[in-house]
Design a protein around this ligand. Structure first.
Ligand SMILES: Cc1cc2nc3c(=O)[nH]c(=O)nc-3n(C[C@H](O)[C@H](O)[C@H](O)COP(=O)(O)O)c2cc1C
Length: 164
């Protein structure tokens, strides 16, 4: 049985939930799966494949994800890797937003080959909007564009796409 790590970054908890949903999907598919904060991962030893993901803030993937890629570049290059990015602009069938998210993902993964890239909606809420954003309510309306079914469908297909 393959052992998979799901490493994530999250400020307001929405991406942490996405990571848990992916973990549940992978376990259902028969893979032993550990879901951990990217910052808490010291080594990739013992993992056959890695799924890593984080939310977009100001057009960039949240810092612990690029830091994870920098820290583990060599270990990542020798394993199948999937990457997911979540964002308030995603999950709305907006090709321009998806293109920007793809560019942000590529900026993070660099030369590490990505076997599967997931682009998922996010949740804007009082948990992650800074105080100033709450005053500018129209600029940042609260909404949840995460689609658990789509995320689980992506997770179901992952073992095959990761070649496990
Ligand atoms: C200050 C701020 C900036 C954001 N910037 C972006 C962005 O550039 N693109 C995007 O798609 N979503 C953006 N979002 C939405 C977040 O990606 C979304 O809320 C995400 O689900 C948060 O994940 P988290 O709860 O795991 O931190 C932003 C949200 C906030 C509060």
């Amino acid at each position: 049985m393959a052992t998979i790590l799901v490493a994530y970054a999250s400020k307001g908890g929405a991406t942490a939930e996405i990571a848990e949903w992916i973990g549940e999907g992978l376990r259902r598919a028969g893979a032993a799966t550990e879901v951990r904060r990217a910052d808490d991962v010291a080594s990739l030893e013992g993992f056959d494949a890695v799924v890593v993901g984080g939310p977009l803030y100001m057009g960039k993937v949240l810092r612990p994800v690029p830091a994870f890629f920098s820290r583990h570049r060599a270990e990542l290059a020798s394993r199948p890797v999937a990457l997911f990015v979540s964002g308030g602009s995603l999950g709305k069938n907006d090709p321009e937003a998806e293109q920007k998210a793809r560019a942000a993902a590529e900026a993070v993964s660099g030369d590490v080959p990505i076997a599967a890239l997931g682009l998922f909606g996010g949740r804007v809420s009082s948990r992650n909007v800074p105080l100033i954003g709450r005053f500018l309510r129209n600029a940042m309306p609260e909404e949840d564009t995460r689609n658990r079914t789509a995320i689980e469908g992506w997770a179901d297909a992952l073992p095959t796409r990761l070649g496990l």
